[in-house]
Design a protein around this ligand. Structure first.
Ligand code: NAD
Length: 489
């Protein structure tokens, strides 16, 4: 059957459907970046609340600006905003439901004036974002908002016909200000450390360029809460569509498939109210920073601990690596002995359970994550996720043995062949220079960690250097598995 309001009653078990009357919902949120993640995350939390009769004035109106968003517009228009969410549990079972919290979709280029009016609607009290990291338009070197971006320049030249998210959001805010309407909150749900701070810096920089006085007003009146979000949501494939049709009889143009785990830690800073997210399991807190550190240093850094050793040893699927007890032991030891001592207090979090849950999540074959994906862009990841753990432990006298070995595994990986002699395709903005430096690993053992732009001054620290050299020598002489075995012994 087609998926839309008229056919919703025909959707049957095991697929759950909205228990609320969708015709009574009103939009309170405009969301930019309606893709897989938003529909598996925020829209799902709202659907949970709506099933309990709550948040009915907080439904979502999607808003797209990219040409590729016309597809989402067409699919969601045909389905009345409905879609199927398939959460895959590690044991192979699934939780499947139709989500009803998105009630409208506006493709802004169809009518920018109407899009701005929609943003100025007093009923809209939150504008949320999952527009990807790259969309924040910060300069790679300076970190500042890039005013040279052609689309941004065009929006500044003609602010009443904006094409970017910056132009649209600021035009909406300006109109609200003129009309005496409370500003909306801008809530980033992108995977960026300090996502609220980054969003604030970028959107207000655009606002200032528009008019310095308006930029100052934004800074004073528009909240940009920080959040930490987590739910692995791979891109939907044709096989997923076919599977939803064959297994559940639902012709869904764009279902969402994700892991069962879901987390959202959100800073409680809103201009004009918010849905009672905490009643759907969201952790609403004063300060997100300690939770971000937890995720970066446990989840993200462990991915790095897994991927280079795993690739060198011949693994290509994340779940195969995580199911090898030697790897699980190594990752848990890294998390317990090196990452955990560097974390701030985390009220209400069972860290031990979180760590074991990470191993279970990595072991979920149904998510089908690849080692290659985790090995990409290492030079952006190791310095941000792992090196802060090393620096904290060097300062406190804590252990750095396993972290140094993870760095050594990257150095060995960057040599460009695995232990079976197969070439490694290195996807990194610094690929060429990394390969060139790693080629010297055997003649100048510290060459890789002497790249100060990546590793700071750790090469000057005798303790770190010793651990790194031991691990790299062992990788060359004994290989990845034997090196890991020694490290966990
Ligand atoms: P997706 O490709 O399904 O959706 C991305 C959306 O962003 C699309 O609607 C696209 O049109 C929009 N977009 C891209 N560039 C834009 C721009 N310059 N301006 C405005 N909109 C733009 O991707 P996704 O899986 O939904 O992930 C989106 C973001 O969510 C990620 O980049 C990440 O920050 C966050 N996230 C994703 C996951 C995950 O596992 N997929 C997990 C946690 C957080």
């Amino acid at each position: 059957m087609l998926l839309d309001n008229a056919h919703l009653g025909q959707v049957h078990a095991p697929v759950a459907t909205p228990t609320y009357d969708r015709s009574k919902l009103t939009a309170g949120i405009i969301h930019f970046g309606v893709g897989g993640f938003h529909r598996g995350h925020q829209a799902m939390y709202l659907d949970t609340l709506m099933n309990e009769g709550k948040a009915t004035d907080w439904a979502i109106c999607g808003m797209g600006v990219m040409e590729s968003d016309t597809h989402m517009r067409d699919v969601l228009t045909a389905s009345d905003g409905l879609y199927t969410l398939v959460a895959k549990n590690p044991d192979g079972t699934r939780d499947v439901r139709v989500i009803g919290s998105i009630i409208d979709y506006v493709y802004a280029p169809d009518d920018p004036t109407a899009a701005i009016e929609r943003l100025a609607d007093p009923a809209i009290r939150i504008v949320s974002l999952t527009i990807t990291e790259g969309a924040y338009n910060f300069h790679h070197v300076t970190g500042e908002f890039d005013l040279d971006n052609a689309a941004v320049r065009a929006d500044l030249a003609d602010p009443t016909h904006p094409s970017t998210v910056f132009g649209l959001v600021c035009a909406g805010l300006r109109l609200r200000r003129e009309r005496g309407i409370t500003p909306f909150t801008v809530m980033s749900c992108d995977n960026i450390q300090g996502n609220g701070h980054v969003a604030e810096a970028m959107f207000t920089a655009y606002g200032r360029a528009l008019d310095p006085e308006f930029g100052a007003w934004m800074k004073a009146h528009v909240p940009f809460p920080n959040s930490m979000v987590d739910r692995i949501t791979p891109s939907t494939t044709d096989a997923d569509r076919a599977d939803v049709a064959a297994t559940y009889g639902i012709e869904d143009g764009w279902p969402v498939v994700c892991e069962d785990f879901c987390q959202w830690v959100l800073e409680d800073s809103f201009a004009d109210g918010r849905p009672p997210y905490e009643e759907a399991g969201v952790q609403v807190v004063k300060d997100v920073a300690p939770y971000e550190l937890m995720k970066l240093r446990l989840l993200n850094a462990s991915h790095q601990g897994l991927c280079y050793f795993g690739h060198l040893a011949g693994y290509r699927a994340v779940h195969d690596v995580a199911r090898n007890p030697l790897f699980a032991q190594f990752l848990l030891k890294y998390m317990d002995e090196e990452a955990t001592p560097t974390l701030a207090a985390l009220p209400g979090v069972d860290l031990d359970a979180y760590k074991h849950q990470l191993i279970d999540r990595f072991s979920n074959e149904y998510v089908a994550d690849t080692v290659a994906r985790l090995c990409n862009e290492s030079s952006d990841r190791i310095p941000k996720w792992l090196m802060p753990v090393v620096r904290d432990n060097l300062a406190s006298g804590g252990s750095i043995e396993l972290s140094a070995a993870i760095v050594a595994s990257w150095a060995r990986y960057a040599e460009g062949t695995d232990e079976q002699g197969q070439p490694i395709e290195i996807c990194d903005r610094l690929a060429d220079s990394l390969r060139a430096v790693a080629a010297r690993n055997t003649v100048e053992i510290d060459a890789f960690i002497a790249q100060r732009e990546l590793f700071g001054n750790v090469v000057d620290d005798e303790r770190f250097r010793g651990a790194y050299e031991r691990a790299l020598r062992s990788l060359h002489e004994k290989g990845a598995l034997a090196t890991l075995a020694d490290l966990v012994a």
